[in-house]
Design a protein around this ligand. Structure first.
Ligand code: GDP
Length: 425
């Protein structure tokens, strides 16, 4: 049985924690897209960890963690992450890397940085980890697959082709030093050797595991609104964070996907550029930001302060729809316990004064204002509560309300950052 955990919004919804929880009951956890550009925060008995590339099953010895072909594999970042875990006493994670996965090259990271610098104020809020240059090269067919690291002749030929253009850009557009072929070859062969024991045909492995009735968890990064097709283009990422793409990026039959958990926060947060209709500012924003998450709303990878706002029913209903969510998981509900009243964004008002409830395309979205409704707050700390029934009435009403406006069932509610802080409804 295959299930997916994905983000319903802009990312940082708390997927890591929920995945960690579900990973325990899974045989395999798969990363299917993205790279080391976003992070999951996981807090468990070993400590507090930010995972970027490692699948969240890394803490469980019963789980095989797979890096699927759709991932942007930064080998150094991955090995560093593994070391962070083992240094903290976590047993060596069981890890398998697809031989079809492509490798993040050092110049992808450089190009990302140079391009953001060149764009200045018009930049897209990249995390500068090379993701956009990586996927551009992949689709322009000048990327390097893991399997090619073990064929020196092919590797050299492919790099020669790629470097002609790269070096023109480096020299002429960015005024930087050119990349040396021999150096790059040596680097790639070295990282190839480092990961060799983990490399294999993950697609066959997953198909066989699925046939044998194993539980496979596809772990998405970021969220619906960062999807290049269905999100807030161009303020999107460069690979699809949708559950549907999970089957492709992992290498699994779409018919096998049985459950899709779309994670959403009880309020909104976003990191990076782009329109965010229900965003709040000033003191109210600072208070929500500082109270949010486990250590305030600051990016797990970049440390950047996240923008925060009220729960956005328009964006989340759309997010759940595009994901094909079979249920929503509502996280960070405890964070709202300080409010007398809780505003929720139920519709948008366009620049023409029209009230809309369907999530629009970016040009319209840029000028939308939130239409808010206010719900009663519960004014208590709900952390530590272990049964859903024991939540204050106003809190349960808030959950009922979100379920209704998003048109998606909610069975799991998270009332704190720890893995035990979860209520089943
Ligand atoms: P992800 O990328 O979707 O995994 O999200 P992140 O881990 O980047 O961000 C979620 C933040 O919320 C992290 O700081 C988590 O520790 C925290 N978190 C997750 N669930 C809860 C919750 O129910 N309550 C609180 N207070 N924090 C939570």
């Amino acid at each position: 049985m295959v299930q997916a955990i994905v983000g319903a919004n802009w990312g940082d919804e708390g997927k890591g924690k929920v995945t960690d929880l579900l990973a325990e009951k899974s045989d395999i956890v798969v990363r299917f897209q993205g790279g080391a550009n976003a992070g999951h925060t996981i807090i468990n008995d070993y400590g507090r960890f930010s995972l970027h590339l490692l699948p969240s099953g890394a803490f469980h010895q019963n789980v095989v963690n797979v890096i699927g072909p759709g991932v942007a594999l930064n080998v150094e970042a991955l090995l560093k992450e593994v070391k962070n875990l083992t240094d903290a006493g976590v047993p060596q994670p069981r890890l398998m890397i697809s031989d079809r996965c492509q490798v993040m090259l050092p110049y992808h990271v450089d190009f990302d940085r140079f391009e953001e610098e060149r764009l200045g104020k018009q930049s897209f809020g990249s995390t500068k980890s090379g993701i956009a240059p990586f996927y551009s090269d992949k689709f322009a067919k000048v990327g390097i697959q893991v399997c090619q690291l073990y064929d020196p002749q092919m590797l050299r030929e492919r790099l020669e082709i790629a470097l002609v253009k790269k070096n023109v850009l480096l020299r002429e557009l960015y005024g930087k030093e050119e990349v040396q072929l021999d150096q790059l070859m040596a680097y790639l062969q070295d990282i190839g050797e480092k990961i060799r024991p983990m490399v294999g045909d993950t697609t066959r492995f997953l198909h066989e595991a699925d046939k044998a009735g194993k539980t496979i968890l596809l772990e998405g990064q970021l969220g619906t609104l960062r999807d290049p097709d269905h999100g807030i283009y161009p303020y999107t990422t460069s690979s699809s964070p949708l559950a549907g793409f999970g089957c492709i990026g992992a290498g699994i039959s779409p018919m096998s996907l049985k459950k899709i958990y779309a994670v959403t926060k009880a309020y909104s947060s976003a990191v990076g550029a782009g329109p965010f209709v229900s965003e709040i500012f000033g003191d109210a924003a600072k208070e929500l930001r500082d109270r949010g998450g486990d250590k305030g709303e600051y990016g797990a990878t970049t440390g950047r302060p996240r923008s925060v706002g009220w729960f956005d029913a328009v964006a989340t209903r759309y997010g759940a729809m595009v994901q094909g969510a079979t249920e929503l998981v509502l996280t960070n509900l405890d964070v709202l316990g300080y409010l007398d009243e809780i505003p929720v964004c139920v519709a948008y008002e366009t620049s023409q004064g029209e009230r809309i409830t369907d999530f629009p395309t970016t040009p319209t979205l840029m000028h939308c204002k939130p239409v808010l409704e206010t719900l009663k707050g519960w004014k208590t700390d709900i952390r530590g509560i272990t049964r859903y029934e024991d939540l204050p009435d106003a809190c349960k009403e808030y959950v009922d309300y979100i379920e209704r406006v998003t048109e998606t069932p909610i069975h799991m509610v998270s009332n704190g950052p720890k893995r035990s802080d979860i209520l089943y409804r």
